[in-house]
Design a protein. Structure first.
Length: 490
């Protein structure tokens, strides 16, 4: 694409005039990915500044630099006030605004985003649609999977991915949208058709100044649905049982479709029956009412299924297809995932890493447990410290015994994190112990479990690593649990 065409999306910029007649082969933000003919956009990150690598980008073949300040480099430099905002515009323009042709659902909320996106994937696959999915676990384009580093990638990766989805004839794109991504403008340029809200509870207060700021960031997804009614049918799908939905409703000019269990809503679950192996309920929609029997366990998964059902209805998926998908989905990687190795007790691995999600999962386990409930849980380092005592309080409240251990301590002292957790417990609380090493903690829980007990290993879910200091180690809660079960002395 000609440089003049790429820059046409920017209303104002400083740089050489006339604009050089240069062919741009690609846009990059990492100088190590530069090849001959690329445009390099200098992004200021938390630890590095792309402006410091402009010369290296040129040495590798960059023909144009986009920056926030003048640079003494041997290539044309175009300056803009904010390169992060410019990146979204440039990427969308370079890749020909791919989401204008690609139906896109965005799912935001503290908990449930991943499950909702996977349920939606199942629904659209049952409907005969080829799907693309972007989220915490991975990116999927059709049957092809790719690793992912952030729940929501940066604007450049998103636009590249949506272009690839169009090239591979994807019919429906579904993505998780984090509050960080919304606040940082990573989804600028994404033309959402449906925005889904799951719930709001404490998380990410290391980033957001308070819960109001956290909700403000979430509301951006709904305001970004736009104000026009030009033939594009757009929907905000909101949880009627969540107080925060009231602000989100005021944040959007588009159609609102609600779901819930306890308040009037467009999509409702009634006659809910929760069991250890299945969940049954009556799904009532504006179109028809059907009975659902699903493999997804727990009340929180009823809400996840309602959210996905409402979003699918907004895009004209028949209720019969939704019913078939809800009844055939087996589960989601690392979300209330059972570990079965022939043991006489249950082991469940779940990503629950917020007070609300941990409480939801433990409440669900208590509804069907016959004997003792054990929980192995920690808190991540370099993250919101205020939730640590809350996590510990919930663990000892709902479990017969809690084992506090390391999660991903990152650059923090693991024992200091655990001290933060137990500091909020009363002296009367004795049903817990602290085992810093996560592998030892899981082995300990497995070794003390008896027939019909339930062990919840919480916090990491699908993750296959543990970050300690600056080192990332191979670590999978599911594999460690299996190893513990096999080595257990009966």
């Amino acid at each position: 694409m000609k440089l003049t065409e790429v820059l046409s999306c920017l209303p104002f910029y400083d740089g050489p005039t006339p604009v050089p007649q240069i062919d741009i082969q690609s846009i990059e933000v990492d100088h190590r990915n530069i090849v001959e003919g690329d445009m390099f956009v200098c992004i200021k990150g938390h630890t590095v500044d792309g402006h410091d690598f402009a010369k290296k980008a040129i040495d590798r073949g960059a023909r144009v630099i986009i920056a926030e300040k003048e640079l003494d480099v041997p290539a044309p430099v175009f300056t803009v006030p904010d390169t992060s905002r410019a990146l979204a515009m440039l990427a969308s323009t370079f890749y020909h605004h791919p989401t204008n042709e690609l139906p896109l659902i965005g799912v935001t909320g503290t908990n449930g985003k991943t499950t909702v996106t996977y349920v939606l994937e199942k629904i659209f696959n049952e409907y005969g649609r080829k799907t693309g999915l972007i989220g915490t676990i991975q990116m999927k384009i059709g049957e092809q999977s790719y690793p992912i580093h952030n729940t929501t990638p940066n604007a450049l990766v998103l636009q590249q991915s949506f272009k690839e989805m169009n090239d591979k004839n994807i019919d429906q794109a579904i993505m998780e949208v984090s509050s960080h991504a919304l606040d940082q403008g990573r989804v600028f340029g994404c033309n959402f058709d449906v925005a889904v809200f799951t719930n709001l509870s404490q998380d990410h207060l290391d980033y957001h100044k308070d819960m109001d700021d956290y909700l403000r960031a979430k509301s951006l997804l709904f305001s970004q649905l736009g104000n026009s009614y030009n033939g594009e049918k757009k929907f905000a799908v909101l949880n009627a049982d969540e107080e925060a939905s009231a602000l989100l409703k005021r944040s959007t000019a588009q159609h609102v479709l609600t779901y819930g269990c306890n308040h009037p809503a467009d999509v409702i679950a009634k006659d809910i029956q929760l069991e250890i192996t299945k969940t049954t309920f009556t799904l009532q929609t504006p179109e028809e009412t059907v009975e659902i029997q699903s493999n997804l366990i727990g009340m929180f998964n009823v809400y996840n299924m309602l959210a996905a059902s409402a979003a699918a209805l907004a895009l004209d998926v028949p209720v019969s297809i939704i019913q078939k998908a809800l009844e055939s989905i087996k589960g989601v990687n690392g979300r209330f995932e059972p570990v079965n190795a022939g043991q006489s007790f249950a082991v469940v691995v779940d990503y629950a890493h917020t007070p609300d999600s941990l409480e939801n999962v433990l409440q669900t386990i208590n509804e069907f447990s016959k004997r003792n409930v054990y929980v192995v849980v920690g808190c991540g380092g370099d993250r919101d410290r205020t939730k640590r005592p809350l996590m510990a309080q919930i663990a000892v409240k709902y479990a017969d015994r809690a084992v506090f251990t390391s999660d991903n301590p990152r650059t923090e002292d693991p024992e200091a994190i655990l001290d933060d957790m137990v500091r909020g417990l009363s002296r009367n609380e004795t049903n817990y112990e602290v085992i810093t090493d996560r592998k030892r903690a899981i082995h300990h829980a497995v070794n003390i479990a008896k027939r019909d007990d339930v062990i919840l290993i919480a916090g990491k879910g699908h993750e296959t690593y543990q970050q300690i200091g600056d080192v990332t180690y191979d670590f999978d809660d599911r594999e460690v649990a299996r190893e513990a079960i096999f080595s257990r002395e009966e």
